[in-house]
Design a protein. Structure first.
Lengths: 312, 312
């Protein structure tokens, strides 16, 4: 196994000013694994109900996502989330959350999964994340995501979990909140002091930043004229990032930097259509093209500053 | 003349959670010209009162800022602004604005000033900006800044002024507001359609972005653990940017990209202490160092994406 993801597989209902969908494949593990599948082998650990149908399974199959560890509870119902975005898509409203079978989710790893080289602990209760982490003693790199709910309700457990992962991938507000520090640079230093070697901060339309003990790296977002549905952008970013890393022999800082570009590329496609629809149709050529765009968007000449000669 | 700036010269009183100053040199033309002076010759067009003293003049003199066109009205008082920042320095409160002699400001350009190669029209009433623009028919590049007040009260005049400049340097919210378009990429396209060849958008702690008809360029901000006083950061950014441009023979896109880095470098120093205090003490070596830091913060390898071989 190259890459394991533990997280939610859900049915999402989404309304935006541009349209709506009543039931589409969603959840952190879905967005993550489909994005990662363009770069590497990926396996999903999750749980669904009897209503999880053939058309959803086929999406995973088509992307060679391994669902061996996707537990099916035939008498239960799959996690459902419904949300609405305003014209300013940064303003989101959760209309309904039905946890269903996800409420009792206990990640179960098959022997094959325990041998994974990389793992991503999607946004679930931090005790569960730590339980999975402990079953992966030989993983080369384990990353986690979290959310404000766990920062507010299970702070101690979350910190313990952060202490035992290699990479934290969270958004700007979460980084400040978990560190209890409004300045992001200080917040990053504090989070790294707990144990992780690397912190990657997602900043939505402003891009992303990476912090290690010795280095800082930051990129803008891909410029988009039309954002259609931001649902799953963060997990798609993580999927592109971890998927690319899994394809690399050396997980050094240079690989992490490139991985952030690939994560941003995948997230930029994700928000162009509903759910995973755009990412499902992607080609490697389209991915490559946006990677090259990023190089153009960020390049400047390294010229030593010379004070101009004073004009007469 | 290399570079002309038209704008306010003021006394600022600033309170932050970290300290306060009752009266220090401020205003857009002050911040701009001191920053620009590290790169080129710069002349200020502005107005002050009889209370403008020797210690303030000396700051300009020390930086070789030409004050030939800084009008002194002995019986009047200099523009005063007082503001307070909260612990989150993005939250600013204006406590008092006394326009004084600035209320009747009519920019007067000496013959030497009319021959300037570059000019920056700081944030003043757009009719006045346009009046200055018309006196510089041979300038190679004229830039402007503005603010929400002018967008709200003098929109038509502002648009006419934007139509006759080469470069617009405004912040994120102003760009969206002036274009009446919440998506920044669309807003940029609209502003460029009015005439300017280039739009540079300041995004505070998120960096800056440049738009031309054919290109996009974006950079993060310099990461700072402690921001002390953000007053004048935007004008210092513009000063570093325009000052560097004035030092260059070719004002092409490559020069504009490097100029944005120098603008960001100067702004990063500006916010580290009150008013212009930190920038006044700068050395070229310190400026160079942060330019090189930017290269490190933004570099990634241009590697063609290869899908990993599937593991067995």
């Amino acid at each position: 196994m190259s890459l394991l993801v533990v997280g939610s597989v859900a049915f999402d209902a989404v309304e935006t000013p541009f349209g709506k969908r009543d039931r589409m494949l969603g959840g952190s593990a879905s967005h993550f694994s489909i994005a990662a599948s363009f770069f590497t082998d990926v396996r999903v650990v999750g749980v669904v109900g009897g209503d999880f149908g053939k058309s959803e399974s086929e999406v995973f199959d088509r992307h060679n996502v391994d669902t061996t560890d996707l537990e099916i509870i035939p008498e239960g119902k799959t996690f459902r989330w419904s949300g609405r975005y305003e014209y300013d898509l940064n303003v989101a409203h959760t209309l309904e959350t039905q946890l269903n079978v996800f409420a009792g989710f206990q990640p179960k790893l098959s022997d094959g999964s325990k041998k994974t080289r990389l793992a991503f602990l999607g946004n679930i209760q931090p005790d569960l994340q730590r339980g999975v982490r402990e079953q992966l003693p030989n993983a080369e790199l384990v990353a986690l995501d979290t959310m404000n709910l766990w920062i507010e309700t299970t702070r101690d457990s979350l910190q313990k979990t952060i202490e035992v992962v290699d990479l934290v991938i969270i958004n700007d507000a979460e980084a400040r909140q978990v560190a209890d520090e409004p300045n992001l640079i200080k917040a990053a230093r504090k989070i790294l002091s707990w144990g992780p070697k690397t912190l990657i901060v997602k900043r939505g339309e402003y891009g992303a930043a990476m912090f290690t003990k010795d280095a800082y790296f930051a990129i803008p977002a891909y410029p988009l004229e039309a954002v259609f549905d931001p649902t799953g952008a963060g997990d798609t970013f993580a999927g592109g990032l971890m998927g690319y890393l899994a394809s690399q022999d050396k997980l050094d800082e240079a690989a992490l930097r490139r991985a952030m570009i690939f994560g941003s590329v995948m997230a930029s496609f994700n928000v162009e259509e509903f759910g995973t629809e755009r990412v499902q149709r992607l080609t490697h050529e389209e991915i490559n093209q946006r990677f090259r765009d990023f190089k153009r968007f960020t390049h400047f000449e390294e010229i030593p500053f010379q004070k101009a000669e004073r004009a007469v």
